[in-house]
Design a protein around this ligand. Structure first.
Ligand SMILES: Cc1cc2nc3c(=O)[nH]c(=O)nc-3n(C[C@H](O)[C@H](O)[C@H](O)COP(=O)(O)O)c2cc1C
Length: 217
């Protein structure tokens, strides 16, 4: 794959096949991602990658927590950005999964699939030392995009998930992550179920003009 091809092929997969990802494929992608740049070359990304019974334990614990009254610890989206989420919700839950807007129970069940990592055989937890700053979190993001592109090149699907980080206590306890390590997000990793409509969606983008000012004089 060229860089263009991998960049355009990568997308968030939200239904996976029950098919394990071979260790050597994961290892190659992880090795490539380590070439991401970082401030003073500190390489702050720290990952826990669970599969088999370990992944099952984490999924189960998260689903129990997310099904309870516990409020997820996720900062609210500022109002100016909320329309993006509602558009995405229409796409994913409406168009992709065919759940009517007024089917509250159906939507709730679909949202819960976040905590099952959408059925992916691998559940990754992305972390960083809590003494580092937001520029280092940006570095973790650069690493992650490289990892996702490397997985795409290997034919492996993924979905970054901030939702799971809403329950850091459960993740910490189940996975054994020390208190001084920040939990940033999760990633579902596996072979996507291409027959599912939700995986055939491609999210829209704002134009470059809306995000970028080019100043020449
Ligand atoms: C930091 C981050 C957190 C995300 N959290 C979730 C999530 O919790 N659940 C989910 O279904 N998708 C999640 N996504 C996927 C985004 O919805 C997706 O990247 C965006 O809509 C663009 O679509 P694409 O990845 O298919 O190009 C997340 C993506 C990022 C980068």
């Amino acid at each position: 794959m060229t860089l263009d091809e991998a960049t355009l092929a990568r997308h968030s997969a939200r239904r996976f096949l029950d098919k394990p990802v071979p260790k050597d494929i994961l290892q190659r992608a992880l090795n490539l991602a380590t070439h991401a740049p970082s401030n003073s070359n500190i390489q702050p990304w720290r990952l826990y990658i669970l599969s088999g019974p370990a992944a099952d334990r984490l999924k189960k614990a998260l689903i129990v927590e997310a099904s309870s009254d516990a409020v997820p610890e996720i900062p609210p989206l500022p109002n100016a950005y909320k329309h993006f989420r509602s558009e995405l919700g229409k796409e994913v839950y409406g168009e992709g999964l065919g759940i009517p807007r007024d089917d509250a129970e159906g939507r709730r069940a679909a949202v819960l699939r976040n905590y099952d990592f959408f059925g992916a055989p691998m559940a990754a937890i992305v972390c960083m030392d809590s003494t580092l700053s937001r520029v280092d979190a940006m570095t973790v993001g650069m690493y992650l995009q490289t990892l996702l592109l490397a997985l795409t090149e290997e034919g492996v699907g993924s979905c970054v998930e901030v939702s799971v980080a809403g329950y850091p206590g459960v993740i910490r306890k189940t996975v054994g992550i020390p208190q001084e390590t920040d939990i940033i997000c999760g990633i579902a990793i596996g072979y996507e179920d291409e027959s599912m409509k939700v995986n055939q969606l491609r999210s829209t983008r704002i134009s470059v003009d809306e995000s970028t000012v080019i100043i020449e004089e």
